[in-house]
Design a protein around this ligand. Structure first.
Ligand code: SF4
Ligand code: SF4
Length: 328
């Protein structure tokens, strides 16, 4: 979220809406990344994984997405999957339509296939490409979206590289610096983002970070961002990683975002991760940013999260009075 979005976002909250919309536009993905939350067995609901639900194609998909935008009236739309580029033809129509509605759009992709040239002209579009560490590890985890393919497919575009740090990726701490140097040197890369892996309850995998891993990696990230101007990691986000929300109810990001799965009817809860994520180990960059903003004291007195809580109550009451219902 940009600072100019704060007032519009607040006004959406006061009118009983959530200002952010995340759409899983397809259940299809040619990758099978370790730690992927989309294909967890409880992602969409108890015992319902993304692959089990219906999804849409063609004009039907475009119209249904636009109908959700009209219903929820967000100021920002995230397009995720599955792999959104599996529906690039539909996006070729949808993205300009969202631009005409003056909506900021973030599209999160593995860059497994070529990105249409015409998208370079879309000023409202931010392309975020997921990369899991250096080439040998990444290519093992994310084939067929290998380094070679990513570099071919982002050529001529401007992208943000996003790396989610898992325990496996941290086995060689010096890799983090090498990773940052590699992607910083690419002309196509405008920014580099880091998130930390967020586990699900009872998860025992090689991805999950220990408390000490989190301390160590945050220390490394503080140093790396000083050396690499493309690393976008403000203090607010780092502080949010150190003090994540204790529950979805405390998570401002979860409270202001509507997440819809690929049937464009099922809500993903409590946040875009679905299932039962461990908030105390949250590594979501957006959640961290919102947490830090919420802790800011206006005029040194009232915390923004308290103002947010009151605004949200006012908004929900207002929505009920107008009969908007409880899906916003
Ligand atoms: S590309 Fe994304 S949706 Fe596909 S398997 Fe990997 S993490 Fe999951
Ligand atoms: S984004 Fe993080 S803190 Fe917020 S609900 Fe999800 S797991 Fe919890």
């Amino acid at each position: 979220m940009k600072s100019r979005d704060i007032i519009p976002a607040w006004s959406r909250i006061l009118s009983g809406h959530k200002p952010f919309l995340a759409l899983e536009i397809t259940k299809e993905c040619p990758l099978r990344c370790p730690g992927c939350y989309s294909y967890q067995p409880n992602h969409v609901g108890e015992g319902i994984a993304l692959g089990q639900i219906a999804d849409f194609r063609g004009r039907d998909l475009v119209e249904r997405c636009l109908a959700l935008v009209r219903q929820f009236r967000p100021i920002h739309v995230s397009i995720v999957g599955g792999e959104p580029l599996m529906r690039w033809r539909e996006l070729d129509v949808l993205l300009p339509e969202l631009g005409r509605l003056c909506l900021e759009v973030q599209l999160v992709t593995s860059a497994v296939r070529s990105i249409p040239v015409s998208w370079r002209r879309l000023e409202n579009l931010e392309l975020v490409v997921s990369v899991d560490g250096l080439q040998p590890e990444h290519d093992l985890r994310r084939a067929p979206a290998t380094y070679r393919r990513i570099l071919e497919n982002i050529s001529g575009h401007t992208v943000t590289v996003h790396c989610t740090l898992t325990k496996r990726l941290l086995s060689r701490r010096e890799d983090l610096k090498e990773f940052t140097l590699f992607w910083s040197s690419r002309d196509e890369v405008r920014k580099i983002w880091f998130s930390l892996y967020t586990p699900q309850e009872s998860e025992k995998t090689e991805e999950r970070l220990s408390p000490q891993d989190r301390v160590d990696v945050l220390q490394d990230l503080r140093r790396i961002r000083e050396e690499s101007p493309k690393v976008h990691l403000p203090n607010s986000v780092l502080d949010g990683f150190v003090h994540p929300p204790r529950s979805p109810e405390e998570c401002i990001f979860a409270q202001v975002t509507t997440c819809m799965s690929a049937d464009l009817a099922s809500l993903i809860a409590p946040c875009q991760l679905g299932g039962r994520p461990v908030c105390a180990e949250c590594g979501c960059m957006a959640a961290a940013g919102f947490t830090a903003i919420g802790n800011y004291r206006l005029g040194g007195l009232v915390r923004l999260r308290d103002i947010f809580a009151v605004s949200r109550k006012v908004g929900l009451l207002w929505a009920r009075l107008r009969g908007i219902g409880n899906r916003t």
